[in-house]
Design a protein around this ligand. Structure first.
Ligand SMILES: [Zn+2]
Length: 90
């Protein structure tokens, strides 16, 4: 495993411990993609970031209690937006 990947994994584990609702919301987005209810990002045709129009690579939650209420965003805008509401509700 390379260092960047290891870092990503540790970051996700820490993040999910701190934000259990966010973890559940991310899992719901994942299964919605698997069911075909949400388009996969990073495939053709590329989805556009709702903030800047760049290629979207993430679904952003503004409220983790609404797990499927998401918008596609690019990496930069996802960082700028920060975590959504209610991420820490157990
Ligand atoms: Zn963007």
């Amino acid at each position: 495993m390379n260092k960047a990947r290891e870092y990503d994994r540790n970051y996700a584990a820490m993040y999910h411990k701190k934000y259990p609702t966010a973890k559940r919301a991310h899992a719901k987005v994942q299964s919605a993609k698997e069911r075909g209810d949400l388009p996969w990002l990073g495939r053709c045709p590329p989805a556009k970031c709702v903030d800047c129009g760049d290629e979207a690579i993430h679904y952003d939650h503004r409220d983790y209690l609404k797990p499927l209420d998401v918008v596609p965003v690019c990496g930069g805008c996802n960082k700028k937006r920060g975590p959504g509401l209610n991420g820490g509700v157990a």
